[in-house]
Design a binder for this molecule. Structure first.
Ligand code: SAM
Length: 292
């Protein structure tokens, strides 16, 4: 049975993963979840991924002891003080794929060009925001690159945030598995990490320079303050967003970032036709959006 047929059933009981308690699923409810999650988080599940969305929500609905998915939907949509439930949803839909030195040429440009110019002009402390940092590899890559360039003592604050609380908890306890090191040069792995059983612990010298918080990019009251940073890395999250949600996020950045602020997005992401507040500039093989 195809996806459409499966959700077209007027009444259907879906069993939880462990078959403990069936939860009633009625027609149209997956689309309600899709729209609500899109509105609140920016993440858009197209029709082919609706089954996956329900799979991820199923254990959360189970935990609430609801009779139907519609009850769980109402809880997410209308219940007051339901931030805890939303934190679980954001965790459940997160794709926290990341690794050290990912798309490194942008970080290299930031470290070797932007930072020296910033301090060369006598500007004060610099804030850098990694806006969907998952388990922190992007943040720590920026810090290690600064240290490698001899800029570690400059007043540069590197802040990481993500909507997934478990990703942020991992970032705060910086112990990484082998797959995080797929492209990090070996000498840097040996310099900055210590083996602990089958994982690698980051040196406290690097770790102490980062700060982390849980922030939903679609919530201006959460993201607004951090968006004042003159440098934002917001990479490999817009691939999960609808064009509408990307516009909203970039408009928030534009409203808070200083002029000439630099916004780095992932190499598979483009803001063309989504904003007129930023100008795309190419420096060598590096693309950066400049707040104009
Ligand atoms: C693929 S990771 C990107 C990690 C890192 N920036 C990189 O490029 O390697 C995408 C992250 O975006 C986060 N995310 C998804 N929606 C978000 C939102 N509305 N606000 C903040 N983070 C979000 C996910 O939790 C996930 O950790």
């Amino acid at each position: 049975m195809g996806h459409r047929e499966s959700i077209a059933a007027v009444l259907k009981f879906m069993a939880s993963e462990n078959e403990r308690k069936p939860i009633l699923l009625t027609e149209g409810v997956p689309q309600l979840f899709r729209d609500l999650i899109h509105e609140r988080t920016g993440v858009f599940f197209d029709v082919d991924r609706l089954d996956m969305l329900l799979d991820r929500l199923s254990p959360l609905a189970q935990k609430q002891n609801v009779h139907s998915y519609l009850d769980y939907y109402y809880l997410l949509k209308y219940e007051e003080n339901n931030q805890k439930h939303w934190a679980e949803v954001m965790d459940a839909i997160s794709v926290p794929e990341t690794y050290f030195w990912r798309e490194f040429s942008q970080i290299e440009y930031f470290v070797n060009d932007f930072v020296p110019k910033w301090f060369g002009k006598g500007k004060g402390p610099l804030r850098v925001w990694s806006a969907a940092c998952a388990s922190g590899e992007e943040v720590y890559s920026i810090i290690m690159a600064l240290m490698e360039a001899g800029l570690g003592e400059h007043p540069i604050e590197v802040m990481g945030s993500d909507s997934s609380i478990s990703a942020i908890n991992k970032a705060k306890r910086p112990v990484f598995r082998e797959k995080a090191f797929r492209i990090l040069p070996l000498h840097l792995k040996e310099k900055y990490f210590t083996r602990v059983e089958n994982q690698w612990e980051l040196s406290p010298e690097v770790a102490k320079r980062a700060t982390f918080s849980r922030v939903n990019l679609l919530a201006p009251e959460e993201a607004g303050l951090l968006a004042r940073a003159p440098v934002i890395f917001c990479r490999n999250v817009f691939i999960y967003f609808s064009p509408h949600a990307i516009r909203q996020t970039v408009a928030l950045f534009a409203s808070r970032m200083p002029r000439t602020g630099h916004l780095f997005v992932g190499s598979a992401e483009s803001l063309l036709r989504l904003t007129s507040d930023f100008e795309l500039r190419q420096i060598g093989d590096v693309f950066v959006y400049i707040r104009i």
